[in-house]
Design a protein around this ligand. Structure first.
Ligand SMILES: [Zn+2]
Length: 368
């Protein structure tokens, strides 16, 4: 045991020394440039498990047949999730940190704490000629996906959020949210506007293969069905389709995939719901990891905006051989959330840092 400890300590010291040799230059507490010794990726896939803390991730260990894809990652960090307004973030502020790099108030979509619109990573990369994609099991107007292409002062402004879609430049949308395009209070037909802006619109089922045009795939009026209600392999398959499409761009791509309903299971304090969604997310990680392994130029980052439910894998009383999944709140919690990274640039995601650092690390890796 002592030997093991010595070995581990030595290993950690050497790792630390090695990392500081190729260290990141930090300015204003954010990553501005990175050492040329760190290999940069051409593509980044950011997978967000909404409400996914360490206990949620741990369900993949205990409730999945076979090895969780989470175990395929070699770099692990921890993210501090507080927002600018509250100790405990909501999903809007929690996603705006990833999309714009600023900590903002709860409810904010792509705007800073003074409601000033901030350029998102999707908008910036799109301008540079990279392809971008957004996949979610919520509506595409829900807080997390919306924060990557819209700028509104409140997450509840679903119709206003939708108005950003036609000119978003996003090459691939897949999720729910049809009613905000074609059953609007203002009577506008935003599907027609999407088509006029070059989008192929699909509302019946996930296509088998991507098309040349930009794509808008909306398979539910609002959120997609739960796994337990027959969603099937929408998330892994939409991710696969997105990768097939976006990887055709020589300049690279940025894809966001959200397992939106892990959070909803947490809010409902429904362990079966949560676990079903988490396992679907784990399966989706497999698709991303297999793609990246073959591609060789893709960085995968997996994290959460916050934890939901104060979820824990508690013992059932004194029976230590029985797990009783338990919740401590119907809301979110302040616990740090894990960050998993694999691929070129992954080592940047070691350590403990503020959630908005993830944006700055990604942008530094995209800067050539
Ligand atoms: Zn959330």
């Amino acid at each position: 045991m002592k030997f093991k400890f010595f070995f581990l300590t030595t290993f950690l010291i050497f790792t630390t020394l090695f990392i500081s040799c190729v260290s990141v230059q930090v300015k204003d507490n954010t990553v501005s440039t990175i050492s040329s010794e760190i290999k940069k990726p051409k593509n980044i896939i950011l997978l967000i498990g909404d409400g996914m803390g360490l206990s949620e991730v741990s369900t993949a260990i205990y409730y999945k047949d076979g090895n969780p894809n989470f175990e395929r990652f070699h770099t692990i960090g921890l993210s501090k999730t507080s927002s600018a307004s509250d100790l405990i973030t909501d999903s809007a502020a929690g996603a705006t940190v990833f999309s714009t790099g600023v900590k903002t108030y709860n409810g904010a979509i792509g705007v800073d704490k003074d409601t000033i619109p901030m350029p998102t990573i999707v908008e910036q990369l799109s301008k540079r000629g990279l392809s971008t994609g957004i996949v979610a099991t919520s509506s595409i107007q829900h807080a997390t996906p919306a924060s990557f292409y819209a700028h509104v002062k409140s997450r509840r402004m679903y119709e206003e959020i939708t108005e950003f879609a036609p000119n978003s430049g996003v090459n691939f949308f897949a999720g729910g949210g049809l009613k905000f395009f074609n059953k609007r209070k203002d009577g506008k037909d935003l599907l027609a506007e999407m088509k006029a802006n070059g989008y192929k619109v699909t509302t019946d089922q996930l296509p088998q293969a991507p098309v040349e045009q930009k794509e808008l795939i909306l398979l539910a009026e609002d959120g997609m069905p739960k796994m337990s209600e027959g969603r099937g392999d929408f998330l892994p398959n939409a991710t696969k389709l997105a990768l097939e499409k976006l990887s055709k761009n020589e300049k690279g791509f940025f894809l966001i995939v959200e397992g939106s309903q892990i959070d909803w299971g947490g809010h409902d304090n429904d362990a079966d719901y949560l676990i079903g969604e988490l396992l679907d997310f784990d399966k989706t990680l497999g698709v991303a990891l297999d793609f990246a392994k073959q591609n060789g130029e893709t960085l995968i980052i997996v994290t959460a905006d916050h934890e939901t439910g104060g979820f824990t894998l508690a013992s059932d009383g004194s029976d230590y051989n029985k797990i009783k999944p338990s919740f401590s709140t119907p809301g979110h919690s302040a616990t740090m959330v894990p960050v998993f990274a694999e691929g070129p640039g992954a080592t940047l995601f070691n350590g403990i840092y503020e959630s908005n650092e993830i944006y700055h690390k990604m942008m530094a890796l995209f800067d050539k």
